[in-house]
Write a protein that binds this ligand. Structure first.
Ligand code: FAD
Length: 466
């Protein structure tokens, strides 16, 4: 089936379409360049056109028309994904959803919104209208959309208390449009949510989202300095574990990250200082101070409710999660990163810290996981080519650390490295021609793919002729 892009564009011409080459290029890109491997593999990718639907009816029209003319559709929110999720591997149509940005309902403990709303704007409105806020946001909240977070993200600021997006109760309901001759609108709750959440828009387009909320607080942002990486890590873990202390963020940056890459922090730390970035609810500050007093050398050097620094550092969460790497990249363009799951084993983290001293700087985020905690690692990795990165990943895996490989663009390799049968089954039902974000789901393209041979997958779906 050869896509007929011209016919699809002609039929959709009454919608808002971008044909300007610079806009198309711009909207065909996300943060894929975080990875030197993806940069080399994906830099050339470009859609044929970009459409900006404003309503669900327009989304249905785009999907129906592109289905008829066999045109691939890759959805885009804020375009901040760092696994190349929103890159149109097979060209065709990029459907840009930030025009679908209405808040439909705010109630006690929930919000219903369209997918294109920018998360920061949603959070500000929630706070103003109801004194509530999102349980968790990506550190890119000022640019990222709610739909992109659900379809491409995993958790973030708030996960120290609420766990990951995939945890039960962290998404209430999703409305999804299929890509068929007659697209259907389906409502998913409970077990069905996993069909489309974190599926990169490969099997349906999310047009309405109901999310649970938490009470909003004037969070106290702090930087806390430590002499030892172990103490900083133990403190961050215990802070998240304390049942009576409410926090939203507990990040650990091994020395010399803060001194080397955090411009507005640099004057207040040495290159030997290890730093924690935390967000604590105001009513929990007394408990926080008591806990900190139990950790040798722990010292609050910045707090947002009592700023003594000449230059305001901005929100502390914009130093955490993937922003740590972003700040480092501003200084050294060849750096990259990994995404690691260490679980709650601090000895394993210390072993990795010693073992990989010549390869990376440690950066940890504490997350609630089940009844306990897990440390997520987003270490800053010194310049490496593909083979060296694969080797570093293999060494981590040998140590029992799971890797969400950020140097691959497929769902499975960036995720749990296995077929998600629910997502695959739903793709068969909802996208029979395989036109939604093609090339991102290995299970669809290569059913016999051997995950034990993780590093051999390098196939890019060829761009069809227009
Ligand atoms: P996009 O990049 O536009 O899209 C992401 C994926 O979702 C794509 O596959 C796209 O096709 C699909 N998609 C978008 N909208 C829809 C829809 N309506 N229906 C179906 N599919 C759709 N991620 C985290 O989880 N936590 C973090 O803390 C975090 N921090 C980051 C920091 C930096 C500096 C960077 C570069 C990235 C970070 N990310 C993080 C990754 C990313 O920013 C988030 O996942 C963000 O929520 C993605 O939203 P977006 O609107 O930019 O999505």
């Amino acid at each position: 089936m050869k896509p007929n892009v011209a016919a699809a564009m002609a039929e959709l011409s009454h919608l808002e379409i971008d044909e300007n080459p610079a806009t198309i290029r711009n909207k065909s890109r996300d943060f894929f360049w975080y990875s030197p491997v993806l940069k080399a593999e994906m830099d050339h990718l470009e859609a044929d056109f970009v459409v900006n639907p404003k309503t669900e009816e327009e989304v249905i029209e785009v999907l129906k028309t592109c289905y008829k003319h066999d045109v691939p559709v890759t959805c885009r929110g804020g375009g901040t994904g760092n696994y190349g999720q929103a890159m149109p591997l097979a060209g065709g149509c990029v459907m840009h959803l930030t025009g679908m940005n209405k808040i439909k309902e705010i109630g006690a403990g929930y919000v219903v919104a369209e997918p294109g709303i920018i998360i920061k704007e949603l959070d500000e409105e929630l706070k103003k209208a109801s004194g509530q806020e999102m349980r968790m946001i990506p550190s890119t909240a000022s640019q990222a959309s709610l739909g992109g977070f659900i379809a491409g993200g995993s958790g973030g600021v708030g996960s120290a208390n609420w766990g990951a997006l995939r945890d039960l109760g962290n998404i209430d309901r999703l409305r999804v449009i299929t890509m068929e001759a007659e697209p259907r609108a389906l409502e998913f709750t409970g077990e069905e949510l996993h069909r489309v959440s974190h599926a990169y828009g490969t099997n349906g387009i999310i047009t309405e989202i109901e999310m649970p909320l938490a009470p909003a607080y004037e969070w106290v942002d702090m930087f806390v300095r430590f002499d030892s990486f172990r103490t900083a890590t133990e403190f961050a873990g215990q802070l998240a574990a304390e049942p009576g202390i409410l926090i939203k963020l507990a990040s650990v940056y091994a020395a010399p990250i803060a001194h080397k890459y955090f411009q507005r922090v640099k004057a207040h730390v040495t290159e030997n200082d290890h730093l924690c970035g935390v967000m604590v609810a105001p009513q929990s500050m007394a408990g926080f101070q008591t806990l900190l007093s139990r950790y040798e050398g722990g010292e609050v050097i910045y707090r947002s409710d009592d700023v003594k620094w000449d230059r305001h550092p901005g929100p502390v969460f914009e130093y955490g999660w993937n922003h740590t790497t972003l700040r480092a990249l501003k200084f050294e363009k060849d750096l990259t990163y990994l995404q690691v799951r260490y679980g709650d084993d601090i000895e394993k983290i210390m072993k990795a810290y010693e073992t990989f001293k010549d390869d990376l700087y440690m950066h940890l985020e504490v997350m609630r996981e089940g009844a306990g905690l897990s440390f997520a690692g987003l270490p800053i990795v010194f310049p490496k080519d593909k083979a060296q990165l694969d080797d570093l990943i293999a060494k981590h895996e040998a140590m029992g650390c799971m890797i969400f490989n950020p140097h691959r663009y497929t769902l499975e390799e960036g995720g749990r490295q296995s077929t998600d049968q629910r997502q695959l089954d739903f793709k068969r039902e909802a996208d029979p021609k395989g036109l939604l974000n093609p090339g991102k789901m290995i299970a669809w393209d290569e059913p016999d793919f051997d995950y034990a041979d993780m590093y051999s997958y390098a196939k890019i779906t060829p761009k069809p002729e227009a």
